[in-house]
Ligand binder design. Sequence first.
Ligand SMILES: [Fe+2]
Length: 187
Amino acid sequence: MTHLTVFHEDDPELPELATGDPVVLVGHLAMSGILFERWSATRPVADGADSDAILDAYAPDVARLCASRGYRSVDVARVPPGAANAAALRAMFLDEHTHGEDEARFFAAGSGAFYLHLDHRVFRIICEAGDLLSIPGGTRHWFDMGPNPDFTAIRFFTHPDGWRADPTGSGIAARFPAYDGSTVHPG
Ligand SMILES: [Fe+2]
């Protein structure tokens, strides 16, 4: 279940909000300028479908998002279960950082947790299959794919050649609960 937890940046122990209600989740994120949507495939997508089949199944929403946000290219990123480099991959995104452009991801399968550091708060959004999240450029954030990563995501780029992470060096990510990979959450 997609889930949002909101913490004050100084209190990772006691959340101010924890909800799996999609209306509440979308509303809270929208108030902070974060786009979240639920997408449905236009046709069945088989397990192990290739990138073209995944992009084709979500083509109308992909085209709409690209047009509305100015994204100029897309790809499909996969981390399969049991990947030999899972720990190293997980570690790559665990520290707070920013990008010069949006980080927009659609989860076609699997799950992962984004942590957005906004206005003295940390928003943890556990994304699962069917979830689209677009994080505006410049937003402080980190991503935890969990101890046993398993996801397939469509990525959207404005300038794919210039995609890079700028670490903030804040150390805040280590103070907040890691994502354990669970898809069942209270609230
Ligand atoms: Fe990022």
